[in-house]
Design a protein around this ligand. Sequence first.
Ligand code: HEC
Length: 303
Amino acid sequence: MKNLSTILATLVLVFAFMNSASAEDWKVSATAKKKLNPYELSKKNISSGKKVYQTNCKSCHGDPTKANMLPLVPAPTDLGSQNFLVQSDGEIYHKIKTGKGAMPTFENTLNDESKWMVIAYLRSFDKNKKKAVVAKAVVNPEVIDVKIELNVDADNKKLRAQLTGLKKDGKRVGLEGIEMSFLVKRTFGQLDISGEEAYTNANGELLIQFPTDLPGDREGQVDLLVKLTDEDNYGPVEEKRVLSIAVPTNPKNPLDERAMWGTRANAPIWIIASYVLGVIGIWSVIFLVLFQVFQLSKMRVKS
Ligand code: HEC
């Protein structure tokens, strides 16, 4: 009898486990699969999708196509792989919305537009769809010695970068439609000041407004790094510069104020007062004792 109940209990446990495992299957209805991305696969949408991806998805899924996802079980899919991208927009949308297991639901954390932008970004890795995007983009001539030339208008806080390359016939030409990142070094990491659409124009130029309220060091200096956002185009091309166009700051040294951690004269009054009183108290006791001893020795001399 005892054996039977043990077996029954085990069976119940096993069934419960199997049930929960099968309930984890990702079921996407046929109607949900048919949903289409209402936003077009434009450069702008792809780049805003990239931003959403980097803040919300990259921590687990890694970089699309690089398969450097977090080692979870089951593993977060490489969302840039062709295997994954055979799924329809609607199917991907449904999965982002509902989540499963370690994959969080983004039903309320991301608005609809952001979800579709991420899908547009992921689609940009789709070999079948990418052709369409590239065809719309500008085709630059084949060049070597690609470089960024930076002009700074410190008075108006304007930065002008020009991206040029050397053609085979020795002519230097501007490169059009290339995305650039303007990064300002901060204490922790880098601040991207390039804005939404940082693509070079027909002359290879790009104008960026430096933020008017960005604090720099005591002299208002900041370290600027300008580089190509996508190294696939021309490899790593970058230009570094120290600019004196930020707002000068005079950081207060916390040690200069009267505080618990202050040294000597900067300690709080009550600490100094109790210390001084303590010292006076101890020395008075010592003097009192010495005085009494002295009195004692005087008494012995008398007797
Ligand atoms: C906390 C980690 C985590 C975050 C953050 C995360 N995911 Fe996931 N994601 C996972 C895991 C784990 C899976 C695999 C789940 C499974 O198969 O049970 C997954 C699966 C998916 C799938 C289904 C893949 C397939 O093979 O069909 C999609 C689509 C997806 N994630 C998109 C996203 C998007 C888009 C974001 C950002 C908005 C995101 N995920 C953020 C962990 C995460």
